[in-house]
Design a protein around this ligand. Structure first.
Ligand code: NAI
Length: 252
């Protein structure tokens, strides 16, 4: 119960990494504000958290909407009066097409959710954290925030942008008690990879798996455990860092 009486907000909790992260924070004793654009998946996650003994505040939120993000953070402050941890995780894969073939509409959508959305979350979380003694923010980026990937230009650009944004916020707020880090998972078995056709096609799955020296894809639990550790006081001297949780993908 390391996080007893502390409060975490997690975005994108309707499935995958976000759901597992909400569960991990709750198991450490934190009260959790959980949010997603998908009401049904959000409700299911709230059900999974029943019996953990912590208070759960589900708020339907589109992270690309300033109004909705503002409402999420003000609901957290109204309910709990504090914000200690934020895990900005909501994101989409976007269409698969080369840089010249990519549509403007899809580009805007991916950047709006994966980069602008993460910035909006921090924009409202930081003042809330400063009301008390600070906090810790973990932005879920990707290995594709550190290396390129053909046919994912908007996703790669958004995730590289998020890594730079996290470093910048760390420079600005670490002295005031807010640590800001990015976390960069390798390929993790979640619905996102099903939607991208990676886990549904055995040949593609093998090709992607072979890029991970560890010989398999990651699990949401492995990413959630790293997020919780990076948020905790055990990581108290770590800020402005990008933590790779990638089975060695970027070690080649
Ligand atoms: P997922 O598809 O299972 O979960 C993403 C969640 O974000 C969903 O619940 C979805 O409803 C929500 N979401 C989408 N748009 C939203 C919006 N506008 N507002 C609020 N919520 C929204 O995918 P997964 O894999 O759990 O992804 C979580 C994060 O991890 C994403 O940022 C993704 O880019 C990142 N990531 C995933 C990797 C993977 O291989 N699965 C690898 C590296 C990073």
């Amino acid at each position: 119960m390391r996080f007893k009486n502390r409060v975490a907000v997690i975005t994108g909790v309707a499935s995958g990494i976000g759901r597992e992260t909400a569960i991990a924070f709750a198991h450490k004793g934190a009260h959790v504000a959980i949010s997603d654009i998908d009401r049904e998946g959000l409700d299911e996650t709230a059900r999974l958290l029943e019996g953990t003994g912590v208070t759960v505040l589900p708020v339907v939120t589109d992270v690309s909407s300033s109004k909705e993000v503002q409402k999420l953070i003000s609901s957290v402050m109204e309910k709990f009066g504090r914000l200690d941890f934020a895990c900005n995780n909501a994101g989409i894969g976007g269409a698969s097409a080369t840089t010249a073939e990519y549509s403007e509409e899809e580009w805007d959508k991916v950047i709006n959710i994966n980069l602008r959305g993460q910035w909006l979350c921090m924009k409202y979380q930081i003042p809330a954290m400063l009301e008390k003694s600070g906090g810790s923010i973990v932005n879920v980026a990707s290995i594709l925030g550190t290396v390129g990937f053909a046919s994912a230009p908007a996703y790669v650009a958004a995730k590289h942008g998020l890594v730079g944004l996290s470093k910048t916020a760390a420079l600005e707020y670490s002295a005031q008690g807010i640590r800001v880090n990015a976390l960069a998972p390798g390929f993790i078995e979640t619905p996102m990879l099903d939607k991208a056709g990676i886990t549904t096609d055995p040949d593609v799955k093998k090709m992607i798996t072979d890029r991970h020296p560890i010989g398999r894809l990651g699990t949401s639990r492995e990413v959630a455990d790293a997020i919780v550790w990076l948020s905790s006081d055990e990581a108290s001297f770590i800020t402005g860092h990008t933590l790779l949780v990638d089975g060695g993908y970027t070690a080649w």
